[in-house]
Write a protein that binds this ligand. Sequence first.
Ligand code: SF4
Length: 271
Amino acid sequence: MAPHGIPHPEYTPKQPPRPRNAGALSPDTGLVAAIAAQLARLWPDAVVELDHENAYQLLVATILAAQSTDKLVNTVTPAVFAKYPDPVALARADQVELEAMIFSTGFYRMKARHLIAMAQRIVEHHGGEVPETMVGLVDLPGVARKTANVVLGSAFGINEGVVVDTHVSRLAPRLGLTAQTDPVKIEQDLMQLVPRDQWSIFAHRLIWHGRRVCHAKQPDCEHCPLAPLCPSAALVATPRLMPPRLGKPAPPSRAARARAAASRSSREPRT
Ligand code: SF4
């Protein structure tokens, strides 16, 4: 049994995995399907981790989550939702009062300004209801594709795009799913590779994997069930080969050093 109690999928790559930056990537569809299947086994119930009860609350929470953490945002939003239960109430909010409530999430002045302007736009142009289209959402102050994708996928069940946050931006290249660094281009690559009905859940599973296993600085490749499918697993174990923007890897573990020593000694000629 593999780490985390998850059996490795039976998958034989048609080509050996290529390291990142080896040119334009074109991962074969079998590999992408195997990665998606393994993520589904690992994180079957992955969902957005921002507490919310409706689309309005999720929209507010997602705007607050920029440059912050879901955990911190979840400590702030109960009071915000109690004081401003709908876009009409938020549209009339006093900016200084709102700033004080959301201060701990960072960038509080800009976020407060965006939240109030966003609510005013919803009241004036959408009858007080959060729009259910990409065009309508990205027209709101403070809302770009990532936030719109979160709301469309998790509040309305609409697969209009793939959420590309800091975790997806890190994991997609590590897994060889894109050679891009720009979130819009990463999203385009993922939309080409992943079936549309999986866009939302696939992103959430990547995010969960990024938060729990494939950390930015110390990815736990040794215990990662995706390692047999991941072209970066070998690179992480060999720091000198790792592209700089994948992050500084952790030093090899004691077990990895022992395996390397055993491998070296088995190759040495017997005397
Ligand atoms: S093998 Fe390592 S780099 Fe690849 S997904 Fe797992 S933790 Fe991340």
